[in-house]
Design a protein. Structure first.
Length: 530
């Protein structure tokens, strides 16, 4: 656990807020009933919103590190609970191997490095705490289980899967303890029903008859992807885990083991709640499938692997391993954990690229704060990423005034990777905004004029104001601009006819750094800087 914490904190350091996190930061900063209880992608997010608001007020918006530390802490506690759950069934060493597989589940990098996923992890942690509490077979622990289940649901709607597991546990013990324990799942579900009636029913969903009909295939693919990832047999590509050929035979082998175990010895009671929770999770995901919700998506891999482990340890309950089997299992666990660090690192690289773009784009908005429209949004073409659509300039600048800035400073932006500087120039041109008008008239020039000669010319420094560019006779030309970029000119006017006059207007902002103008070809061109 200490080693995993060191890896996760190291990989997560230096990253900034991503995608859905901005919805919380921009639109849920005030602790009103609506911000706390409005659904997010069909989920109840009461506790994640409270965590986000608390972090914002205590630590500001400069860094997501406080939320990362909390995510890592929840991951460690969840792993500890998995160890306890497995130890009760298999003993300490197999329990250690099971916990280690979850602890280093690199293909689930979205859940392990993105603090927004505290919702899924919190639900899993308190859901498993609920199952362990029920196993104590004590009325006081039943009360604790009820509280744990309520917290699981308050983290995300993944808690519904654990409510089903709780109902299965209560019903299968009804002969010995009666149905008076139904409150353990009944009260949390009643609270969820109240939330759904008041707020949750307003959320968009993707439930269709087609999705219901194809749900078995979706569930099968999710289970095979989880097994692939748990045993380091899958690969990663961008945001999703690539599918290998091993998951299907592994799942078939697991089902065969279940059939054999049930035929020879019967099933232990703990298996059915785990199966019920896994089935509920995967079928609900299948009913709401869509772009970004593929069964092999990275953010589903952790929960899929988590449930696979719970089912596996129940199927293997009572199996005794000799010393050689334990040594082989230990070697396999270490090897799998090592291989799974590779997709974890690749996930870190993806988040690092997004961090560069996010900090660069937001720096451009802050530089243009004098003239940018409050409703200005970051288009994917200018921003270089699809994941900043929750940000509106006016809301963002207000949040910066209150809680600090996650963006690059101008000096840091000038030293940022080239991709970030290129997109900062594009965002800045749209946010200020720069305007270019081309016509055929030839107005008298004003200010300092420079005549360019030859087919190419060194770039000219431009200050705020109007610049007139009179393109000479010959071939069609192009006007190119940059400010922070070094190797390319992100702003391109497109083809401009010879003999035309172009007016370029650059609004004043809070930096002295000039824009750089390049005219191609420059033969016979006159540039007048006003």
């Amino acid at each position: 656990m200490a080693a995993a914490a060191a890896v996760l904190l190291d990989y997560g350091s230096g990253l900034t807020f991503f995608q859905d996190s901005w919805e919380f930061l921009m639109q849920r900063r005030d602790p009103s009933v609506a911000t706390l209880l409005d659904p997010h992608n069909e989920h109840i997010v009461l506790l994640p919103v409270l965590i986000s608001q608390g972090s914002l007020r205590l630590f500001g918006m400069d860094s997501q590190t406080p939320e990362l530390v909390l995510l890592v802490a929840l991951l460690l506690v969840t792993t500890g609970l998995v160890f306890v759950y497995a130890q009760r069934r298999l003993g300490p060493w197999p329990a250690l191997f099971a916990a280690a597989l979850l602890l280093f589940l690199g293909p689930a990098w979205q859940d392990m490095l993105w603090p927004f996923q505290v919702g899924f992890i919190g639900s899993a942690m308190f859901g498993l705490a609920m199952l362990l509490a029920l196993e104590n077979d004590d009325e006081r622990w039943d009360l604790a289980a009820c509280g744990f289940l309520a917290l699981s649901i308050a983290f995300s709607s993944l808690g519904i899967a654990f409510a089903v597991a709780c109902a299965v546990d209560v019903l299968q013990r009804r002969r010995g303890r009666g149905l008076r324990r139904a409150y353990v799942f009944g009260l949390p579900l009643l609270l969820y029903a109240g939330w759904y009636a008041g707020w949750g029913h307003e959320a968009d969903n993707s439930l269709t008859a087609h999705h219901v009909l194809v749900s078995p295939r979706y569930v099968w693919e999710g289970l095979t992807a989880s097994l692939d990832s748990l045993l380091a047999l899958g690969t990663i590509s961008d945001e999703v885990v690539g599918r290998s050929k091993w998951g299907a035979p592994l799942l078939i082998a697991l089902l065969a083991l279940a059939a054999y175990r049930g035929f020879r010895r019967g099933f232990f009671a703990g298996l059915w709640p785990a199966v019920a929770a896994a089935a509920t999770f995967w079928f609900l995901a299948a009913f709401n499938q869509g772009p970004g919700r593929e069964p092999y998506s990275s953010r589903y891999i952790y929960i899929g692997g988590f449930f696979a482990l719970l089912i596996a340890v129940n199927l293997l309950q009572g199996v005794k391993l000799n010393r050689w089997a334990l040594l082989a299992a230990a070697a396999a666990t270490v090897t799998i954990a090592g291989f799974n660090l590779v997709p974890l690192r690749e996930g870190r690289d993806f988040f690092d690229e997004q961090t560069v773009l996010t900090r660069s784009d937001l720096a451009a908005i802050e530089i243009a704060d004098r003239t940018v429209e409050p409703a200005f949004r970051l288009s994917p073409e200018a921003a270089g990423t699809l994941f900043l659509n929750e940000i509106e300039a006016g809301e963002y600048l207000q949040a910066v005034d209150e809680y600090g800035s996650p963006a690059y400073s101008p000096a840091a932006l000038a030293a940022a990777p080239e991709e970030g500087r290129v997109h900062a120039d594009l965002v800045l041109a749209n946010a200020l905004p720069l305007t270019i008008e081309t016509g055929s008239s030839d107005p008298p020039p004003r200010g300092e004029c420079v005549r360019l000669g030859g087919s190419a010319s060194a770039p000219l420094a431009l200050r705020p104001g109007v610049t007139t560019i009179e393109l000479g006779p010959g071939a069609a030309g192009r006007i190119r601009l940059r400010r922070f970029a070094e190797r390319e000119y992100p702003l391109d006017s497109g083809a401009i006819q010879p003999g035309s006059t172009t007016r370029l207007y650059i609004p004043r902002d809070r930096l002295q750094r000039p824009w750089r103008l390049l005219v191609e070809p420059a033969q016979g061109t006159r540039v007048c800087r006003g």
